[in-house]
Design a protein around this ligand. Structure first.
Ligand code: HH2
Length: 297
């Protein structure tokens, strides 16, 4: 896909001597599997291990490049989502996650990311075969940097401000794009100071985490400025409430809006899109690419 700047390619080194090639603007699809009772988008639908495994295999078949397994909802509180998600103790998070991960690992060669804020969960997940860590708190747990460094795995550092439970009620940006850019850079510097290889870091503006609908749109509009930070950019717009604020659509009806956001981010250089609807996103992006490159497979 066309991007304004020179197109960059990165090979992310994964555990067990594997790698994942990322191409700016031709994004990999990270399919969401929530093993949670309370996620905003699909809470409770895949809580049983059987359902979650089935869902993951389905997303793989639909063309996901990676999967994101999450066993703790990170729904921000204080705004449209009400009180926010309930914090889950380590044992509970592992009891949800490990049966799914252990069953999936031998069935799938796709890289599996684990969406967790807890070092203990990340450590156990990596030992059970996970390939990367998606940390929406960007290493807030003091043990997380060590776990990632020792595993030598990639990590997604996502931007957010404040506590999950209240972040939607205390939003204060003067210039959301400049501030998110600066804070993402600082998160990356902190990770590198903690010994994490700079090439293993992906950055994510954290759409919906402590931002107003307008600020989420500002961040998407500035995708190319975020890509210019030089780390592979992850964008998670799928089904989020700012799409509902624009369109009035309920969460289950936000696929068209999600595709518009995915297409926008892809054309401006995103390297990974975190999506719930893999087949539809794959089809949407393939047609955009085919138009641009005049290619039919
Ligand atoms: N969004 C959610 C969760 N994890 N991780 C990254 N890197 N980027 C995101 O935008 C992101 C994320 C929220 O979406 P969902 O998983 O559907 O809901 P929940 O957090 O309630 O499980």
């Amino acid at each position: 896909m066309h991007v304004e700047s020179a197109i960059r390619e990165t090979a992310l080194r994964l555990p067990r001597d594997r790698e994942l090639r990322l191409v700016e603007g031709n994004p990999r699809l990270l399919g969401v599997v929530n093993v949670t009772p309370d996620s905003f988008s699909d809470g409770g639908r895949y809580l049983s291990p059987d359902r979650a495994v089935e869902r993951a295999l389905r997303l793989a078949e639909e063309g996901a490049d990676l999967l994101d397994l999450g066993a703790e909802s990170t729904r921000p509180g204080g705004g449209v989502y009400g009180d926010g998600a309930t914090a889950v103790p380590v044992d509970e998070e592992l009891a949800r996650l490990l049966p799914v991960l252990e069953r999936l690992r031998p069935l799938l060669s796709l890289p599996i990311s684990v969406d967790t804020r807890k070092a203990a969960v990340a450590r156990a997940a990596l030992a059970a075969g996970a390939d990367l860590i998606n940390d929406v708190s960007a290493l807030a747990d003091p043990g997380m940097a060590t776990v990632v460094r020792e595993a030598g795995c990639p990590v997604i550092l996502m931007h957010s401000r404040g506590e999950l439970g209240t972040m939607q009620s205390k939003i204060a940006f003067r210039d959301v794009v400049a501030e998110v850019r600066a804070e993402l850079e600082e998160m990356r510097r902190r990770a590198v100071r903690a010994g994490i290889d700079e090439r293993a870091i992906l950055l994510d503006p954290g759409l919906g985490f402590g931002k107003t609908a307008a600020q989420n749109l500002d961040l998407l509009r500035a995708t190319d400025e975020l890509v210019a930070l030089g780390a592979p950019l992850v964008v998670g717009a799928s089904r989020k409430s700012f799409l509902g604020a624009v369109t009035g659509a309920a969460v289950e009806d936000r696929l068209p809006g999600s595709l518009a956001a995915a297409g926008w981010a892809a054309r401006r250089g995103a390297a990974v899109l975190r999506v719930h609807d893999v087949a539809a996103t794959r089809q949407f992006l393939s047609v955009e690419t085919a138009i641009e490159e005049r290619e039919v497979q």
